[in-house]
Design a protein around this ligand. Structure first.
Ligand code: GDP
Length: 444
């Protein structure tokens, strides 16, 4: 998970100060020293760290903390607010032009995730804003890039404007906008060429496209895993093109956090989106406050709820509730549930959004093992339809077969059956409790 090292260290530091009824200057000094080291180790820009620590120190020794009844918590609030501010404060929304189409230009180095993000952004605009984007292939130097965008277009069932490798990128972009007008596409997303390094030819070309199509947004796509390099790249692109925002990709990886925490401070341009995986629905609007919350182990319940809302079918949820009430929940339902949770993204990431979850001992390694989940899935899939509904009919030889079929052991099969049985018992108890409450005329 992203920020893991940083989050662990900052949480350790914050824990020391949380319950303090009195915070001395020495406490603040120690705390800021630890925060400073943690940030530097996470590859956050040196100057950014220096300024941030100065602000935290001033506020932590100021009146708002010293006069508070819970100074320990006030200090943490200060750190969270400063981290939020560092990443841009408010969430930065995507532009909507007065005239249609709104034009977005995607720029960035090769391999940063520009083409994938073009597809993800189009998907986001359609899914969450009901828009109909046109994708434009302007990377004429790499036929593979054009092909990649066309494949994304097919996957998304969205139009892609391309003129192969012979046409001029400036012409391609302008013609695409004309087509979008004619076909009523309200967003045009231009995937431009990338290079391995920032070079003047590329910048000249991008400037020409910019001055011709006058985009409403220029999004620079940078790879979070590259840390300070991403920040340097952002600085050069911004100097040349005056970008409007950054998309930080690969935040699902093992990134230390340096790019996310430095980009806004260094370029004064906000991070607008974060790439959280290779799939087309793995793009999240970047919320500085939620991100700060995650880094400090306070969780991110809002994003979790949003994910649940988009991935869990309400009708299915209602049916499930009914099944739980009548205790007719079967292994088939269980399988379906697992599928829905999986759609929400990697478990590790989801756990990072639950407040305090990373502090629960054992959770970190034991239950988050996705391999274990796929074993559970395999076991259920090896059962017959009847067995899934009535697990008690499974005898020893069937269990052996199921273990073999699913590549697990009989004891794993037994464990799952036992857990399922316990879960059903618990559902029954909960239902009875609710009935009991109802009987006494309580509202809930
Ligand atoms: P481009 O050269 O900048 O257009 O980069 P691509 O879009 O081809 O992406 C390069 C690689 O990064 C591909 O393998 C993508 O699947 C991968 N990628 C892009 N965004 C993400 C992300 O948010 N997370 C992960 N894990 N991989 C990503």
């Amino acid at each position: 998970m992203a920020f893991e090292g940083l989050a662990d260290r900052l949480q350790g530091t914050m824990k020391k100060i949380t319950g303090k009824g009195k915070v001395s200057e020495q406490d603040v000094k120690e705390m800021t020293r630890e925060v400073r080291l943690a940030l530097l180790e996470a590859d956050v820009n040196f100057k950014v760290v220096k300024d941030l620590i100065k602000r935290i120190k001033e506020r932590a020794t100021g009146q708002e903390v010293m006069e508070s009844l819970t100074p320990g918590q006030q200090v943490i609030k200060v750190v969270k607010e400063e981290l939020t501010e560092l990443m841009g404060g408010e969430q930065s929304k995507i532009a909507v032009a007065d005239r249609s189409p709104t034009v977005i230009m995607m720029v960035g180095l090769q391999g940063a995730g520009k083409t994938t993000t073009t597809g993800k952004l189009a998907n986001h605009l359609r899914k969450n804003h009901n828009r109909s984007p046109l994708l434009v292939a302007c990377d004429i130097y790499r036929p593979a890039a054009i092909k990649q965008l066309e494949t994304l277009g097919t996957q998304l069932d969205m139009p892609v404007f391309s003129k192969g490798t012979e046409a001029n990128p400036v012409d391609i972009a302008s013609e695409a906008i004309e087509q979008a007008k004619a076909e009523h596409n309200d967003y045009v997303i231009i995937d431009t060429a990338g290079r391995l390094h920032v070079d003047t030819d590329l910048m000249d070309e991008l400037e020409q496209i910019k001055s011709t199509v006058k985009p409403d947004e220029i999004f620079l796509v940078v790879d979070a895993m590259t840390g300070q390099d991403a920040v340097n790249v952002a600085e050069s692109f911004n100097e040349q093109l005056d970008i409007s925002g950054v998309v930080l990709t690969k935040l699902d990886g093992d990134t230390r956090g340096g790019a996310a925490l430095s980009i806004k401070a260094v370029t004064d341009k906000p991070i607008k989106f974060a790439g959280m995986g290779e799939k087309l629905d793995e793009l999240e609007a970047f919320h500085p406050e939620r991100m700060a919350s995650r880094i400090l182990g306070m969780g991110d319940v809002l994003t979790l709820i949003e994910k649940a809302q988009t991935n869990v079918d309400e009708k299915q949820a209602k049916e499930l509730e009914e099944k739980m009430r009548t205790a007719s929940f079967t292994f088939d339902d269980f399988l379906e549930q697992m599928g829905q949770v999986k759609n929400m993204g990697p478990l590790d990431d989801l756990m990072g959004m639950i407040p305090g979850a990373n502090k629960m001992k054992g959770l970190k390694n034991a239950q988050l093992d996705e391999k274990q989940l796929s074993h559970v899935e395999a076991i259920i899939q090896s059962m017959t339809k009847k067995e899934r509904q009535e697990p008690s009919i499974m005898n020893a030889s069937r269990k052996k077969r199921i273990a073999k079929g699913s590549g697990t052991s009989v004891s794993q099969v037994n464990r799952l059956l036992k857990q399922f049985d316990e879960m059903k018992k618990m559902m029954k108890q909960m239902t009875n409790m609710q009935k009991g409450k109802k009987g006494k005329g309580m509202k809930f």
